[in-house]
Design a protein around this ligand. Structure first.
Ligand code: ATP
Ligand code: MG
Ligand code: MG
Ligand code: MG
Length: 480
């Protein structure tokens, strides 16, 4: 089964249970000071849960483009090293806004996984919230009892607040969640090792695929809980992980979601991807992952820049460039060549990339090209430093020089340092950065950034770039 078919089956299954199929929200979030990028399917529905807006339908299903590279969810460090955390991924989700609750959500997720997708039952484990006395949170006995109708009790594991309780913030809607994990190892292998479960233990073949959140409480300022007037279901299943399970692979990167870009990279570099932990193979995975995040974020209206969300994208891009430069021996721009491959692959799901493919390709090319001009000398600088250092630490001033003169984002310096067993003085880096900011703030009062927003009314959505000039990007907005 192809990834496209798997995605469509999810949407069709919940449509058959009365859900309306809705489009993904953009990956880039404007007008929300608390969040730069969509990091979960529920973000775009926040106002429905808070009761600020009325949903178009009480049952909704979608696939949401998510990015987890900053804030509460930051998976960047794992990407390429492990085989199941991505920067950008698709979160499949079904939603009940004050309609069905635990019984149906549990029954349908079981039906979909075991009857439609036909995942063998002896590969599945589920987790249920065990309760937390200190925080006055009850065990989710209801979910436990509903699961018991479908799955053997020794496959229902109790989990702590970190994994099995969801809250929007210190106050507001919250509730227990129930996760589904797949053990991809041969069925005979035991889940318990030294009395400890492999579920939620970072085992590369025992992975979480689906989270069912049951919003049932409102947390008040004094920490007490009151029942919500209406109860909601919010679920999220990582498409890339699901596809990996259904295509019977040991890595997300071996699925048809990533093999197109990996094969193209092989063709462009003359190197072969072997799926090992070797630096070369990590580079293939990092590139295949990062180019998705970069392309879709640019297509959704965020250009690389030196501040805020734009800098996050620039950091991801530079990280990918450094990987092909150092480990695939490529010294000229490469990433932009992958943009059309992705655009074609996703044209039926996320047409926004195909619609702006030439523009996105050009932006990526210019970014890589610029960075490549200073990358080599920057690498020489840090290697020289490492060779002559008295202690295994990069001081803040040097880290800042790498940032300022060679365009090395802090996390890139830190990555290279770590590869050589060095740490970096982050505080010293921040202090040097602040010093420079204070100086430049004094020099110029007005900072235009990279954006000129033509129409910033809250009711307008970004629909594409109109023109690209050397310093000013004009954006097109449509009023909704
Ligand atoms: P994990 O414990 O593996 O980091 P999570 O508990 O942080 O996952 P949730 O916030 O529960 O993930 O998100 C719902 C689902 O989204 C997960 O069950 C998983 O399938 C998928 N998912 C989460 N983070 C990633 C990621 N970085 N890359 C790919 N899929 C992800
Ligand atoms: Mg996580
Ligand atoms: Mg988890
Ligand atoms: Mg989870």
């Amino acid at each position: 089964m192809t990834a496209s078919e798997i995605r469509q089956q999810f949407l069709d299954f919940f449509a058959s249970k009365g859900h309306q199929i809705v489009p993904s929200a953009p990956i880039v979030i404007k007008n929300d000071p608390t969040l730069m990028f969509t990091n979960a399917g529920m973000n775009q529905f926040k106002d429905y849960f808070l009761g600020n807006r009325v949903p178009p339908n009480k049952r909704v299903v979608d696939t949401q483009k998510c990015l987890r590279v900053s804030g509460k969810h930051n998976d960047l460090e794992e990407v390429g090293i492990d085989t199941y955390h991505h920067t950008m991924f698709e979160m499949l989700g079904n939603w009940s806004f004050g309609d069905y609750f635990k019984k149906e959500a549990i029954a349908w997720s079981w039906e979909l996984l075991t009857e439609v997708y036909k995942i063998p039952k002896d590969k599945l484990y589920v987790t249920v919230f065990q309760g937390d006395e200190k925080e006055n949170l009850p065990k989710d006995q209801e979910a436990y009892d509903f699961w018991k109708e479908h799955i053997a009790e020794d496959r229902i594991l109790l989990g702590n607040k970190k994994d099995n309780f969801w809250e929007m913030g210190d106050t507001g809607p919250c509730g227990p969640c129930s996760e589904i994990h797949v053990d991809c190892r041969p069925a005979a292998e035991k889940n318990l090792v030294d009395g400890k479960t492999l579920v939620n233990a970072d085992h590369p073949q025992v992975i979480e695929i689906w989270n069912n959140v049951f919003m049932q409480f409102n947390r008040l300022k004094d920490k007490s809980l009151e029942p919500l007037p209406a109860q909601h279901v919010d679920t999220g299943m990582g498409l890339e992980r699901l596809v990996r399970v259904l295509q019977d692979k040991t890595s997300n990167y071996d699925t048809d979601l990533f093999m197109g870009t990996i094969h193209t990279t092989e063709g462009l570099t003359g190197k072969e991807y072997a799926g090992t932990d070797d630096k070369k193979d990590v580079a293939f995975r990092v590139i295949a992952d990062h180019i998705r995040a970069i392309s879709f974020t640019i297509a959704d209206g965020q250009l690389p820049s030196n501040t805020g969300a734009g800098y996050v994208i620039r950091r991801i891009l530079r990280r990918a460039v450094r990987y092909y430069f150092s480990f695939l021996d490529v010294k000229k721009p490469l990433l932009h060549e992958l943009v059309p491959v992705l655009a074609a692959q996703f044209s039926h799901v996320f047409p926004e990339l195909q619609q702006q493919v030439d523009f996105v390709k050009k932006v990526v090319f210019e970014e890589e090209n610029n960075f490549l001009h200073t990358l080599e000398s920057g690498i020489r600088r840090i290697e020289d430093f490492i060779q002559h250092a008295a202690t295994k630490a990069v001081d803040g001033k040097t880290a800042f020089e790498l940032y300022d003169t060679y365009g090395f984002p802090y996390d890139l310096t830190s990555l290279i340092a770590a590869e050589n067993g060095f740490s970096v003085d982050e505080k010293g880096f921040d202090a040097a950065m602040k010093e420079q900011k204070d100086r430049s703030r004094a020099a110029t009062e007005l900072d235009m950034g990279d954006w000129v927003i033509l129409d910033e009314t809250p009711n307008s959505v970004f629909v594409g770039y109109e023109q690209l000039e050397s310093t000013t990007k004009l954006l097109k907005y449509r009023t909704v």
